[in-house]
Design a protein around this ligand. Structure first.
Ligand code: HEM
Length: 442
């Protein structure tokens, strides 16, 4: 085994911090292309590029890697939802994941398809044609309403959904803020947060009571949590639900927005999606629930291809608990090991014509990439619990919007990937043209 992995030297004092923060996507791509599959991107921080290594890190090596360290758990205690599955480790995480997983059934996915279709259709009724439009706020609202209703149950009123949205907004504000004040400081933000938490507690209690009385299966995720043994505390319940909503909202919103962006750039692909969506709509009986997704194989391929080029989760990392070996290098305990969907999904070794938008590559047949070369939802035990729900939701929404409109970009040169918590299409402005039904069918 050799010494340290290679990597850019960077500044004497700050290392590569400036390069990373000013252009994270470019920096990581350059590192991988220049230094290979194991790169020292800073002291105690290594980037992996080989699909076998990526799989080994995410799938096989539980106990060797931790997702959340004591330090991050300390931070989330202050800022986020410390009791949620997402922020747990070891036996505690396993208990929480096992408790909620049975609720993520095919019926939930079918419910996601119907809900997403209804929300997208109502959105399309409201969207203006022929004038510049920032699609982000409306798609954000759609994504938030859909995931909230799926997680809390459909017995929610608009007021309930608004209460959850307020909490999500507060928590996003806090997690993006560089300043954390002690809890006892009566800062406006802390007051708003406490009020938002109280409102969500009330929503949970109300929805739990109503859905149980009317139909015990109406809110499967909430029920799975409530029926847990031992029964979760109010705080735990709220942390879990809020984290599910948070993780499912930004990511899904960005996936839909990137699909619209790509379809605007590829009108022939958009025509094919519209034709498929129109056909799926006319066979409405089979088109409901699970049948809806089955009728949209090409749209599904468009979504996969968009998430290859613009993965909402663009970076995933773990911390080593023990020494591990990658590519002949010993990686010390306490090192952050990072993998990047953005970098690996565009690696020409695993994806032919990596910069090209080619949905056909996902339509089966030979030449599928290795498992660790395409992982928009992660891999292994900590992979996304909502992957099937999200994939279905995005596909159904994109199909419905594309059935109703042709997309044009207001200023194609203005769109840039912004690697925030999730990869956003910054500068995206659309102009919509109503599609004639005959158009879509052709
Ligand atoms: C396009 C949409 C989505 C993308 C791209 C996405 C991506 C991911 C990724 C990459 C991970 C793994 C992170 C890691 O390994 O460290 C993850 C985990 C997770 N996702 Fe998603 N996600 C999406 C939608 C959703 C939805 C809709 C939900 C909830 C219904 C959800 C809930 C979660 C949860 C709870 C975890 C943590 C699982 C655990 O720690 O065991 N996600 N997601």
């Amino acid at each position: 085994m050799s010494g340290d992995p290679p990597g850019p030297q960077g500044d004497r004092l700050t290392g590569n911090l400036h390069s990373f923060t000013s252009d994270p996507l470019g920096f990581l791509t350059d590192c991988a292309r220049e230094y290979g599959d194991v790169v020292n991107i800073s002291s105690h921080n290594v980037l992996l590029g080989d699909p076998g290594d990526i799989e080994r890190m995410l799938v096989d090596r539980e106990g060797v890697f931790a997702k959340t360290t004591a330090e991050t758990r300390q931070r989330t205690r202050k800022r986020g939802f410390p009791r949620a599955m997402m922020n747990s480790e070891g036996a505690d995480w396993r208990h929480k994941r096992t408790r909620v997983s049975p609720a993520f059934t095919r019926a939930l996915v079918a419910g996601a398809a119907d809900l997403a279709h209804q929300e997208a259709s109502e959105l399309a009724d409201r969207w203006p044609t022929g004038e510049p439009l920032d699609p982000a706020p409306a798609v954000a609202r759609l994504a938030l309403r859909t995931v909230t209703k799926l997680m809390f149950g459909s017995a929610m009123s608009d007021e309930d959904v608004a209460a959850v949205s307020r909490l999500v907004r507060e928590i996003m504000d806090v997690s993006l803020s560089p300043i954390t004040l002690p809890d006892w400081v009566p800062a406006p933000r802390a007051v708003r947060m406490r009020r938002a938490l109280r409102d969500v507690d009330r929503v949970i209690a109300g929805v739990a009571g109503r859905s149980h009385a009317a139909d015990p299966s109406a809110a499967p995720v909430l029920r799975a949590l409530l029926d847990g043994d031992p029964a979760p505390s109010q705080e735990e319940l709220r942390d879990e639900l809020a984290t599910l909503v948070l993780s499912g909202f930004e990511t899904t919103k960005n996936a839909v927005l990137w699909c619209c962006e790509q379809l605007a750039r590829h009108p022939a692909v958009a025509d094919r999606v519209a034709a498929e969506a129109t056909a799926a709509e006319t066979t409405a009986a089979e088109g409901a629930g699970a049948g809806r997704l089955a009728a949209l194989p090409f749209t599904d391929a468009v979504v996969r291809e968009t998430m290859r080029l613009y993965p909402p989760a663009w970076l995933t990392s773990r911390e080593t608990i023990e020494e591990v070996e990658f590519g002949g290098y010993r990686i010390a305990p306490g090192t952050t090991v990072t993998v990047s969907q953005w970098v690996t999904h565009r690696d020409p070794r695993w994806h032919a014509d990596p910069a090209g938008f080619r949905p056909e590559r996902w339509l089966g047949g030979a030449g599928q990439p290795p498992r660790g070369a395409y992982f928009p939802f992660g891999l292994g035990p900590r992979a996304c619990i909502g992957a099937a729900v999200a994939g279905t939701e995005v596909t159904v929404v994109v199909a419905e919007l594309c059935r109703r409109f042709r997309f044009e970009l207001d200023d194609p040169a203005a769109v840039r990937p912004r690697p925030a918590l999730s990869l956003q299409p910054s500068g995206l402005g659309l102009r919509l043209r109503a599609r004639q039904v005959a158009d879509a069918a052709g």
